[in-house]
Design a protein around this ligand. Structure first.
Ligand code: SAH
Ligand code: SF4
Length: 377
């Protein structure tokens, strides 16, 4: 059976080498070729003997998901739409900023948690992504960005991706084992060598899995809060009925013991007339009292028949002022990639609708027209 080496973290790659009677250092060699150099062909691995390269190629492949579309917005945001088989598409978004480059990575095709304002939730759950499909997103993006930079005279030579956020499609902590293996590769010096502080898992609040992440692979944590009380959160983020705010916030406090950062980020999507009232800002400030945290207000990304509208700019500014006045560092997420539907879940949803309509025949992607769908999460 051939194995896809993109899905093997350090221990798994060592086990693969041991299976072929090879020493552990071979695993590190392979890892550097695959993840540092972006190799997908054993032939280029010149510090490995030819007979061994041939043995590797008989038992393994290095294969990322197929790129269905690759578009770059006017602001430099770049989005890949990837085929993960049986009509499922996932998305990966690169967001360049002056001091960092962030890759937004998907963890599942669809999502089972059905948050009421989320386009991915609306698509339902298809399946967990495998480790190679998760890591393949980073591998593909690093390769594409490196070759772009190499082609641009004077472009910075350092690695273009400095941060990863698990904020694409899906709930990362509902695919724990695969996400944890992918995180280990992101952190491994022989692979992507990212610092724990620069890798963020965003969760809607799976309390036992937050505890597990704390034990097994503590990275920066973002929690999708979106409401200041259980009544409203039950409606917006239904997993709250299972893990209510009190339990969720207690898990956040426990997480801070081991977290690489000394705060948790709370995400709060601003939905007009639903959770953006001034009383709600005060209630949120009260709820988070004594919690070391930052709050990130996210402009809602509309999608067809969502039933919600984006809060206006003044309302968001007032909401922020109240939180700042109460002592919370509060940021407003900048919308990016407006012209390419860069908000995660939206493009794939659209392609999947089309795919269904054409009896799951994969249609060639044509860039969507510019419209008011905005923002890369
Ligand atoms: N499942 C995880 C991570 C993926 S979603 C989670 O829920 O945290 C990443 C972020 O985008 C979450 O904060 C989510 O609530 C938010 N989000 C989902 N749909 C959105 C929309 N239509 N507009 C703005 N943010 C949205
Ligand atoms: Fe799933 Fe996150 Fe969307 Fe909720 S917001 S449905 S957890 S992807």
């Amino acid at each position: 059976m051939t194995v896809n080496l993109l899905g093997l973290d350090g221990p798994a790659l060592k086990a693969f080498c041991a299976g072929l009677g090879e020493k552990p250092y071979r695993a590190r060699q392979l890892m550097r070729w695959i993840h540092h150099a972006g190799a997908d062909d054993f032939g280029v691995m010149t510090d490995i003997s030819k007979p061994l390269r041939e043995r590797f190629s008989r038992s393994a492949v290095i294969a990322a998901p197929r790129v269905l579309a690759d578009s770059t917005a006017a602001d430099g945001t770049r989005k890949w739409l990837l085929d993960v088989g049986t009509g499922n598409a996932i998305e990966t978004v690169f967001i360049p900023e002056s001091n960092r480059g962030t890759l937004c990575v998907s963890s599942q095709a669809g999502c089972a948690l059905e948050c009421s304002f989320c386009s991915t939730g609306r698509q339902g759950f298809n399946r967990n992504l495998t480790v190679d499909e998760i890591v393949g997103q980073l591998w593909l993006a690093s390769r594409a960005l490196r070759s772009r930079d190499a082609a641009t005279p004077g472009a910075p030579q350092e690695r273009p991706i400095s941060n990863v956020v698990m904020m694409g499609m899906g709930e990362p902590l509902a695919n724990f084992d695969n996400v944890a293996a992918a995180l280990r590769l992101m952190l491994d010096d022989c692979a992507y060598g990212l610092s724990r502080r620069r890798v963020t898992v965003s969760t809607s609040g799976l309390v036992p899995a937050i505890d597990r992440l704390r034990e097994e692979c503590p990275v920066a944590l973002a929690v999708s809060l979106h409401a200041p009380d259980d009544r409203l959160r039950d409606e917006l983020v239904p997993i709250n009925r299972k893990y209510p705010l009190k339990d969720l916030l207690a898990a956040c406090v426990r997480y801070l013991d081991k977290a690489p950062r000394d705060f948790v980020t709370f995400e709060y999507v601003m939905l007009a007339g639903v959770n953006d009232g001034l009383q709600q800002a005060r209630a949120l400030a009260k709820l988070l009292r004594r919690m070391p945290c930052k709050i990130n207000l996210i402009p809602f990304n509309p999608f067809p028949d969502s039933g919600y509208a984006r809060s206006d700019v003044e309302t968001v500014a007032r909401f922020r002022e109240i939180l700042m006045h109460e002592g919370y560092v509060t940021t407003i997420r900048k919308t990016r990639g407006d012209d390419i539907d860069a908000a995660c879940g939206q493009l794939a949803g659209r392609v999947q609708d089309r795919t269904r309509r054409t009896q799951r025949r994969l249609v060639r992607f044509a860039p969507a027209p510019a419209e008011s769908i905005q923002g890369a999460r």
